[in-house]
Write a protein that binds this ligand. Structure first.
Ligand SMILES: [Zn+2]
Length: 388
């Protein structure tokens, strides 16, 4: 069994210990301030002497300090110093405390049980509740959670005997066989938990729900707190400032400015399509009606525009109308139609002869041809339609 010192003092950053065993992957010592992975929270990073510890796992009461690099030259009985990466641990305690508060409020206000929890190494959390919560309900939980931070409640972890625990209400995700360790935040939460905790809620700083989605009949939240929430805020502020600068508006006005831009973009797109249709209609009117197939190469049209064009030009031929855009090197996008034939019936004959691919319906087929302009023109000059 490893003595887990963080259970008594969550602020312990280092401790002296005696090496008990060194394996291919892990160091075992008699006592440690490292938190081993558990309850969805990753194990603490840090060092033992100058050996880098990347993770810690608890197996049968023994903390396995997983090291990086070559096997360290420790022998059983050596005295060493265990030192955690305090910045990472503190950020994770901020996140963990936020999870207690949000889960406690979700339970007391809306009867939701926390049924899943995961924290990534940077303290960003996914929290699952078994009941769906609306955006409005989540906003009220978020506000109340931050108010709990502002009131700076004490966070108290205490081991209860089974007899004492029987008279105390607490949330629990684990079945404690004996003497549960109950973490209490006054008027907010009471929960059985074995992780290290801050001594008061004020140190959490800020709690922010970043997103929510329906999940297995309930809801999954992405949650950030403390340092994680600050980094998220700093990033999003920088993005808003940068977008604001590009649009010449304040960061708080970027939302309205972007929606105005999207609307204007749609208007321009409609205008462009209307002008293209006018231009193509003019070109069509200048084209004589013919029994020969009509093949037109037009610059810089996308597939949708080619489909529009072919439906305009097709009335000028009693054969097949094909409109293309591209170049000899990259090949040509095309749309094919006819007032007389079901073009779908011979589209494969055309695409296989011109090294292309495509698809569509009886009235219009579109796709891509990997042949040069001269080959395409020659093909349609000689093409005899047989509907299959
Ligand atoms: Zn906890």
């Amino acid at each position: 069994m490893t003595e887990l010192l963080y259970l008594q003092d969550a602020y312990l950053r280092e401790n002296e210990a005696v090496v008990l065993e060194v394996t291919e992957k892990a160091i075992v010592v008699d006592r440690t301030c490292f938190f081993p992975e558990g309850g969805g929270q990753p194990g603490d990073p840090g060092t033992i002497n100058d050996v880098k510890i990347k993770d810690v796992k608890l197996e049968n009461g023994v903390a396995l300090h997983i090291y990086e690099g070559a096997r360290p030259a420790f022998a059983p009985g050596d005295r060493v110093v265990c030192r955690i990466d305090w910045d990472a641990r503190f950020a994770r305690m901020q996140a963990h405390g936020a999870e207690h508060i949000v889960s406690g409020l979700a339970y007391s206000r809306f009867g939701c049980a926390n049924v899943g929890f995961h924290m990534d190494p940077d303290g960003l959390m996914a929290v699952d509740f078994d009941v769906f919560l609306s955006d409005e309900q989540l906003s009220s939980i978020e506000y109340e959670a931050n108010a709990c931070v502002w009131r700076d409640h004490a966070i108290i972890a205490k081991i209860y005997s089974n007899a004492e625990a029987a008279n105390v209400f607490y949330r629990s995700k684990l079945e404690f066989l004996e003497d549960p360790r109950i973490v209490t935040i006054e008027n907010v939460d009471s929960c059985a938990c074995c992780a290290p905790h801050l001594s008061s809620t004020g140190q959490i700083g800020v709690i922010k729900i970043l997103s929510s989605m329906r999940h297995r009949g309930g809801v999954r939240l992405t949650l950030a707190a403390g340092k994680g929430a600050y980094l998220d805020y700093a990033l999003k502020h920088a993005i808003a400032a940068s977008v604001g600068q590009a649009l010449a508006v304040r960061p708080t006005e970027t939302e309205a400015a972007v929606f105005a831009l999207i609307d204007r973009n749609k208007e321009l797109s409609y205008e462009k399509n209307a002008q293209l249709t006018r231009l193509l209609t003019y070109m069509k009117d200048e084209t004589p009606l013919s029994d020969a197939h009509l093949v037109r190469f037009l610059p810089s049209l996308n597939v949708e525009e080619l489909k529009t064009a072919v439906m305009i030009f097709r009335e000028k031929t009693n054969g097949v109308c094909v409109v293309l855009s591209g170049d000899d090197e990259q090949g040509y996008y095309f749309a094919m139609s006819s007032v007389r034939y079901d073009v779908k019936t011979f589209s494969r004959e055309v695409t296989s002869a011109l090294n292309g691919s495509g698809g569509g319906r009886y009235d219009v087929v579109q796709g891509r041809l990997k042949a040069d302009r001269e080959t395409i023109e020659r093909f349609f000059r000689d093409f005899e339609v047989t509907e299959k």
